[in-house]
Design a protein around this ligand. Structure first.
Ligand code: GLN
Length: 496
């Protein structure tokens, strides 16, 4: 029999419908793949028994002609989504014993459509990071390895990106057919770029945030990581919904995103933002970008330069707003209501000891930063200023769209995946600079998709980013497919 872990979601759906294989067989193949890939450390919690149960239920529904849109499709879920009765840690010690008694809306949508849960995957603690090295359960290893100049393999372990690094690694290593991630400043897109996978952060409000452990509520969005543009479209159709439990979710009909895949891009106008041609942009990233431009032009899109003048202020504004919201969101982890408790002499001592023992260094840094920028003496100078910058960044994009641009094409990351420990050194700002191409999208609430566009000189995947109008995900799938057709899908060599 063919290796069922090599299938796309679209292929698996067809195979299940034709009874070429069962959901139980498809799930079993992935459970074995996960067992064989523990060296990658992608999973915090494997749920094989749950998966077998769900797959059996899928087979019964397929047999009775009641298959849902994702019937029998095995998925991994970032450990930031609350799952009823299944431990949800946010990759933090403070939640290491937290078992929710409710299900996030996004994952509930997936199970409603028939998907199978393989387990919960690692991330940077509370989704704060860009390499997955900030997980309390150790770094996740990227299935990709670098090539040396002589073409031989460099075994240095590389990061899978972050914060949704367990999701990207699991998808790239064929441990699941797709995964749920979240993106506050790039956490779906950058891991997708680092692993040769496709990731989409939808428009703010497209997916419910209910039941997703909050990092920065005005920026957080859930979205899928998959191996093809079509698979990402299939997944997003199930992820998206309006939800009375999240007042920022938007009541817009959810299109069948898959219908956009393969549609002509003739006549669409693509903006190329001048300000993203950063000084010192690496030649291979510049070439990747030029290739993307050429492919979209060849497919009939119009391409023109645009200006997004406030881009240089995006990173500082992001790190002020995100940390401010994080400091407020994380106030709830007090050692009393849930999670880890270190009993102190009195209640305040208990709070302090629980938080000191439960939060890792990056989370503590961000709580302190966020508390500082919100403090009475500095609120106007930092937080208020950052909010104004945010408005200007959103306006830059709005102006570009008003001038007739349908989507923006840009790089996803300034470099390919780096080695574990290479950037997480003394200066945290080095890591923050990785997010230069992604945070604007969250600040403006726009949809952004990353599709593999080529490889670095060291043989690693590089991602191209498409940024759309609000609720313009369909155009991203159209354009993304053109890039995928030109660049091809990518697969890491199995070494683990
Ligand atoms: N790397 C960014 C940060 O650390 C983005 C994280 C995210 O999108 N969750 O904040």
């Amino acid at each position: 029999m063919t290796d069922l872990t090599k299938l796309t979601i679209a292929d698996a759906r067809a195979g299940l419908a034709n009874r070429t294989f069962s959901a139980a067989e498809l799930t079993e193949a992935h459970i074995s793949a996960i067992e064989g890939a523990r060296a990658l450390n992608a999973f915090v919690t494997e749920t094989p028994e749950k998966a077998r149960e769900m797959a059996a239920a899928s087979d019964a529904r397929i047999a009775s002609g009641n298959a849902g849109r994702l019937e029998g499709i095995p998925l991994a879920v970032k450990d930031l989504f609350c799952t009823d009765g299944i431990k949800t840690t946010a990759s933090s010690k403070i939640l290491s014993n937290f078992v929710p008694s409710y299900e996030s809306t996004v994952t509930a949508n997936l199970w409603h459509d028939g998907a199978v849960l393989l387990g919960k995957v690692s991330c940077d603690e509370f989704a704060m990071g860009g390499s997955n090295e900030a997980s309390a359960f150790g770094p996740v290893i990227n299935p990709w390895q670098r090539l040396k100049a002589d073409g031989s393999i460099d075994p240095t372990p590389l990061v899978p990106g972050g914060s949704s690094g367990g999701s990207s690694a699991a998808v790239a290593a064929h441990l699941c057919l797709g995964a749920a991630g979240t993106d506050t400043g790039g956490s779906i897109r950058q891991p997708a770029a680092f692993t040769g996978t496709v990731g989409i952060k939808p428009t703010y409000g497209r997916c419910s945030r209910w039941g997703v452990v909050a990092y920065a509520s005005s920026l957080d969005q859930a979205g899928p990581i998959a191996r093809t543009v079509r698979d990402a479209a299939i997944l997003l159709t199930s992820f998206a919904s309006v939800d009375a439990k999240d007042t920022t979710s938007v009541d817009m009909p959810v299109p069948d995103y898959e219908a956009s895949v393969g549609k002509s891009v003739k006549g669409l106008t693509i903006g190329i933002p001048r300000e993203y041609r950063l000084e010192g942009l690496s030649p291979e990233i510049a070439k990747l970008w030029d290739d993307g431009i050429a492919w979209l032009k060849d497919a009939g899109a119009n391409v023109r330069e645009i200006t997004l003048p406030h881009t240089p202020y995006a990173l500082p504004a992001y790190y002020i707003i995100a940390t401010a919201e994080a400091s407020s969101n994380l106030a709830r982890y007090d050692g009393i209501r849930y999670g880890l408790r270190k009993r102190g002499e009195d209640i305040v001592d208990t709070y302090e000891q629980s938080r000191a023992a439960g939060f890792g260094p990056e989370v503590r840094r961000r709580i302190m930063l966020g508390t500082y920028v919100l403090s009475a003496g500095y609120y106007d100078a930092y937080y208020l200023k950052a909010q104004k910058v945010r408005t200007l960044i959103a306006r830059d994009f709005a102006d570009a769209f008003a001038s007739g641009v349908d989507a923006v094409l840009a790089p996803a990351t300034p470099s390919p995946a780096f080695g574990i420990g290479e950037i997480s050194g003394a200066d945290p700002v080095e890591m923050y600079l990785q997010d230069v191409f992604t945070v604007t999208v969250n600040l403006a609430g726009l949809p952004g998709m990353v599709v593999p566009g080529g490889k670095s000189s060291t043989g690693l995947p590089l991602g191209l980013q498409l940024i759309g109008r609000p609720f313009g995900e369909e155009a991203l799938f159209q354009l993304g497919q053109v890039i995928e057709d030109a660049a091809g899908t990518m697969s890491a060599r199995k070494w683990w």
